[in-house]
Design a protein around this ligand. Structure first.
Ligand SMILES: [Zn+2]
Length: 421
């Protein structure tokens, strides 16, 4: 395994150490998806690292074949969960569901791994439930502290278990939203979760679902920060290696299709029928067979060709084109498909932390959202397509004035201006 930029994992599975086959998708060398550039950095080259994914036929874990060092990924993280109304609403609903299901009160403890700016823990805290967040991005952890959410400014792993247990105790509920994908040393990580979990406790992980990724050709959710792309089968294997077991699973619409998986110390309570049901569905859909992954590369190439052809055509007709959002998936989509300032004039983003910067690689300038109305591009490529419902609603005025949105995934699709072309 790697501690250098772009070093390979040695061709072995990070989960079970079996030999990995060849990658089923290779996107070439891409810039780090969240490393938005300052204007003064625009003239200098930026690091580009290989981005390819392979499937482990033994434990079903889909993973990157080369790793970027964590400090390049998390040093100054610009993603604050609270800037999306949709994520905050999802977090509120999750807190309510977990507090009800596990009868959480002032005598129970909730630990969140990768707690970001406290967007989720605030809802447990409001119910009087003791909380602790663990968040490695210094500036984001500081934002959580500033709003009164106790937060350890560290990477979660075996080295923080003692401190958590001493300071906070073993947790009745441990939440890890969009974190399982990020940790290369995944077996040690899951073992540390087990060490922080009370005997009858539940660890609840939410992550983008591999089944949805394949079905929607959502290849732009593949980037250096996401080492793993999970099926339930793969999570079940991980849990078992740490003496844990999956006892329930739910599908969630967030992030273009996610799983919420409930994990416990093996045998703590009966396993819900939903687990065997989804495992059977995965077998039927081929998520546990290498053959299913073979055609994905072709699907991705076709999506990029169709998208670029459509943008060129619109541009050739003299239409003004822009983008909405500067999410990690936008960096991947634009760079992998080769969509730059020759086609798009700018992108806009709600987060003031991103405004004034440039999208890595393609160097697309990021402007305030208001510029969509003042500039009125004819067509706006919607990069955070997983938030399409929320954004189309927010941009009702742009659409009323004749602006159209272009959704890239699962197939390029125009919405508005009588659905050009
Ligand atoms: Zn494996």
């Amino acid at each position: 395994m790697a501690d250098r930029a772009g070093a390979v994992s040695g061709g072995t599975c990070l989960g079970c150490a079996a030999a990995l086959g060849a990658p089923f998708l290779d996107l070439g060398r891409l810039p780090l998806a969240n490393a938005l550039l300052r204007p003064e950095e625009a003239g200098a080259p930026e690091p580009r690292l290989p981005l390819a994914v392979a499937y482990c036929a033994r434990c079903h874990l889909v993973q990157l074949t080369a790793l970027a060092p964590p400090e390049t990924l998390f040093g100054e993280y610009l993603y604050f969960s609270s800037y999306s109304d949709h994520f905050v609403a999802h977090a509120r609903a999750m807190a309510e569901a977990l507090a009800g299901r596990f009868a959480l009160d002032a005598g129970r403890r909730v630990l969140e791994i990768a707690s970001n700016d406290g967007y989720l823990l605030q809802f447990f805290q409001a119910r009087g439930i003791p909380v602790l967040g663990v968040e490695p991005a210094r500036n984001v952890a500081a934002a959580a502290q500033a709003r009164g959410i106790p937060t350890l400014d560290r990477f979660f792993g075996p080295e923080v278990v003692d401190e958590i247990v001493r300071r906070f105790g073993r947790a009745d509920v441990i939440v890890g939203n969009n974190v399982l994908a990020h940790v290369p040393t995944i077996n040690a990580f899951v073992a540390a979760v087990g060490a922080c979990l009370a005997p009858g406790g539940a660890a609840v992980f939410e992550f983008p679902y591999l089944g949805d990724l394949l079905e929607r050709t959502a290849f732009d959710t593949i980037y250096h920060e996401h080492v793993f792309y999970y099926s339930l089968a793969a999570v079940a294997g991980l849990a078992a290696r740490a003496g844990l077991e999956v006892f329930d699973v739910e599908r969630q619409a967030i992030h273009g299709g996610s799983l919420r998986v409930f994990v416990q110390h093996a045998g703590a309570r009966p396993v819900a029928p939903a687990v065997a049901r989804l495992r059977a569905e995965e077998d039927a859909a081929g998520l546990t067979q290498a053959e299913r992954f073979a055609g994905f590369s072709r699907d991705v190439a076709r999506l990029c060709e169709d998208l670029v052809a459509l943008l060129r055509r619109l541009r050739g007709e003299g239409r003004r084109l822009a983008a909405y959002g500067a999410p990690a998936k936008g960096t991947v989509l634009l760079n992998a498909c080769g969509i730059g300032t020759d086609l798009l004039e700018f992108t806009v983003d709600r987060s003031p932390h991103k405004q004034g910067r440039l999208v890595p690689g393609v160097r697309l300038p990021i402007r305030p959202v208001e510029d969509l109305l003042s500039e009125m591009p004819d067509v706006t490529l919607l990069l955070p397509w997983n938030l399409a419902g929320e954004i189309l609603e927010q941009q009702a005025e742009y659409r009323r004035k004749g602006g159209a949105f272009l959704l890239p995934v699962p197939v390029p699709r125009v919405i508005g201006a009588d659905d050009l072309p």
